[in-house]
Design a protein around this ligand. Structure first.
Ligand SMILES: CC(C)(COP(=O)(O)OP(=O)(O)OC[C@H]1O[C@@H](n2cnc3c(N)ncnc32)[C@H](O)[C@@H]1OP(=O)(O)O)[C@@H](O)C(=O)NCCC(=O)NCCS
Length: 172
């Protein structure tokens, strides 16, 4: 898809981005929507206080992961959470502001992280999504397949009703 947002800037998240990150996450997904697809305690990006605490401990939002934000005309419109392992990159989470979805921002964030992976010599990307108890995949499943991520065919059990679907992409 063509990027329908002019002047998109992708950069590392800073402490000043915390309230915008939480606002984007809160507005993008309701509790009702994610019920049956996500663990209740996995909503790391829902609390300004928690993210500030994390930042003050280690000057970054998470222990193992990097957080990048996308900014359009000075306004935060999305974020992506990922890490680089020795042989592959792993995307843990991605959220685009509700109003800005469908404009190519999600794909730009994913492409950016894939570029980092390639620059570090990794030619494999991994991520995952979930499937509820009725076998319905989370709505982002189609986004991932559109982005070239293949369903591993595995359905990994969790402590909840949903299973985890590992997704994988070989970078060219
Ligand atoms: C998933 C998400 C990050 C996609 O970001 P986005 O900026 O809307 O995606 P893009 O505009 O870059 O779309 C890229 C392609 O994926 C497709 N796509 C995006 N969301 C889709 C969806 N829910 N269903 C089907 N296709 C989708 C687009 O149509 C586009 O395809 P095209 O190139 O053929 O036009 C965004 O919808 C979001 O934040 N969702 C809520 C949070 C979430 O579910 N995160 C993923 C956790 S696993």
């Amino acid at each position: 898809m063509l990027l329908a947002v002019t002047s998109l800037v992708i950069r590392a998240a800073t402490v000043k981005d915390i309230s915008s990150i939480v606002k984007i996450r809160l507005a993008a997904l309701t509790e009702e929507e994610i019920r049956g697809f996500s663990a209740p305690e996995s909503a790391t990006y829902l609390s300004i206080a928690e993210l500030r605490k994390a930042w003050s401990r280690r000057n970054r939002l998470t222990d193992d992961f990097e957080v990048l934000v996308a900014e359009a005309e000075g306004k935060l419109v999305g974020f992506i959470v990922f890490k680089m392992e020795r042989d592959y990159g792993y995307i843990d989470n991605i959220v685009v502001s509700k109003k800005e979805q469908g404009k190519g921002i999600g794909s730009a964030l994913v492409a950016y992280v894939e570029g980092i992976a390639k620059s570090k010599g990794c030619y494999l990307m991994k991520t995952d999504t979930t499937e509820n108890a009725n076998g319905v995949p989370w709505k982002a499943y189609s986004f991932w397949t559109r982005m070239g991520y293949e369903d591993s065919g595995k359905r990994l059990p969790t402590n909840y009703d949903f299973t985890e679907i590992p997704l994988i992409k070989r970078l060219k």
